[in-house]
Design a protein around this ligand. Structure first.
Ligand SMILES: NC(=O)c1ccc[n+]([C@@H]2O[C@H](COP(=O)([O-])OP(=O)(O)OC[C@H]3O[C@@H](n4cnc5c(N)ncnc54)[C@H](OP(=O)(O)O)[C@@H]3O)[C@@H](O)[C@H]2O)c1
Length: 351
């Protein structure tokens, strides 16, 4: 085989390292020399078309501020947040506390982190402290999620808002360098971990009702980068695209039964997940949003006083970066016309 050149071999840009924030690269055609976890890069396509509004936000702003315009907007409501121990989930739990939620249920695997969030909420200056329930939960385990909902039922909590926030990114090598167990874990946490809490919530409501007694909001955490094939993200990005379709199904099956489902992007936030999985060159470019942006946006989507505006987006993908006033205006203009597009776009050739 000496002298044989595989005609399918092409060179790739390999990231050698980062010095002083600068990225150095080399072209290589030797994929076998690239170690697991090594950063590979491919150019990001122009994704500006993704944004519904020109006005984009990176931090909480007056229209979605749970301590300002949305203060008290979720008074009396019960909220369950998965992945609530840190990062975006923690900010969402705090936002609902400011918005007046009566009960906040916090779930993730690390009990000490949940205790920390419970203490943080207890130290907030609020008109009324919410009841906070915490339970160590693995969202990929049916037994564990069932136990969580058993607690919820035992405590007579009727969930009005479910935020499916728990997520996993992990290491991001090319497909042939992945660890099969870790690649699948990404799907399990992101997809099964969204399905199981949703399943148990819907089961608890519809086993005794034909229509939900009060509107129930289900927020499923997706990502803006769904339609982009970033090298190394073969587990993460497709699993998040699946969440968009799941939200579409929730809307199709339950819209007329009082359930409001959304797939949403929380922003690019430099959390543990991002620090461990995102390429360092994105830290100052994409991962520039504050977790409070997602907190305010989730409250905005869940506040009864905003249903009239946000119902237009049921079953669709929305981004926390979008200015909500412009988003609602555009949504009303476009409702029902042929500019509506599905997120999970598969390229097809049409003859
Ligand atoms: N950061 C971003 O820029 C960004 C962008 C788009 C989407 N997202 C999504 O936003 C969500 C929150 O992520 P984050 O950035 O805030 O990351 P993070 O700070 O690492 O938080 C992830 C949370 O998910 C929990 N979790 C992970 N696996 C779990 C499991 N099997 N069962 C229960 N809980 C589990 C973690 O707690 P334990 O490990 O203790 O279980 C933690 O509380 C994720 O769905 C992520 O994909 C993030």
């Amino acid at each position: 085989m000496e002298g044989f050149v595989n005609p399918r071999r092409r060179s790739l840009t390999r990231v050698k390292g980062y010095k002083g924030g600068e990225r150095s690269t080399e072209d290589t055609d030797d994929l076998s020399s690239i170690s697991v976890g090594e950063t590979m890069s491919n150019p990001a396509p122009d994704l500006s078309w993704i944004h519904l509004t020109n006005n984009l936000h990176h931090d909480v702003y007056p229209a979605i501020d749970p301590r300002g315009a949305l203060k008290g907007s979720c008074r009396g409501k019960s909220v369950l947040v998965t992945g609530a121990g840190r990062g975006i989930g923690k900010a969402i739990a705090v936002a609902f506390a400011h918005a007046g939620a009566a009960t906040i249920v916090l779930a993730s695997r690390t009990l000490s982190e949940l205790e920390g969030v419970r203490d943080d909420i207890a130290s907030l200056e609020l008109d009324r402290q919410p009841r906070v329930l915490i339970q160590a939960t693995d969202v990929t385990s049916e037994e564990s999620v069932r136990a969580l909902f058993d607690t919820v039922e035992r405590e007579h909590v009727y969930i009005d808002v479910l935020v499916n926030n728990a997520g996993h990114l992990g290491k991001t090598p090319l497909v042939h360098l992945t660890d099969p167990a870790e690649w699948w874990e990404t799907w399990e946490v992101n997809v099964k971990g969204t399905y199981l809490p949703t399943y148990h919530l819907l089961k608890s409501i519809f086993s005794s009702n034909v229509v939900a007694p009060a509107p129930v909001t289900i927020l499923c955490t997706a990502t803006l980068s769904g339609p982009y094939s970033r090298f190394g993200f073969s587990g993460y990005q497709p699993s998040k695209s699946a969440i968009n379709r799941f939200a579409e199904f929730l809307n199709a099956e339950y819209e007329d039964k009082g359930v409001r489902a959304y797939a949403y992007h929380p922003g690019g936030v430099l959390t543990k997940l991002a620090l461990e999985g995102m390429p360092p060159e994105t830290f100052n470019t994409i991962m520039i949003d504050k977790p409070e942006l997602a907190g305010g946006f989730c409250v905005f989507l869940s506040a009864p006083g905003k249903y009239q505006d946000t119902d237009i987006f049921k079953g669709k993908f929305v981004s926390a970066n979008w200015d909500v006033d412009d988003m609602v205006k555009k949504g009303k203009e476009m409702a029902g016309d042929d500019r509506e597009r599905r997120w999970l776009m598969t390229k097809v050739l049409v003859f």
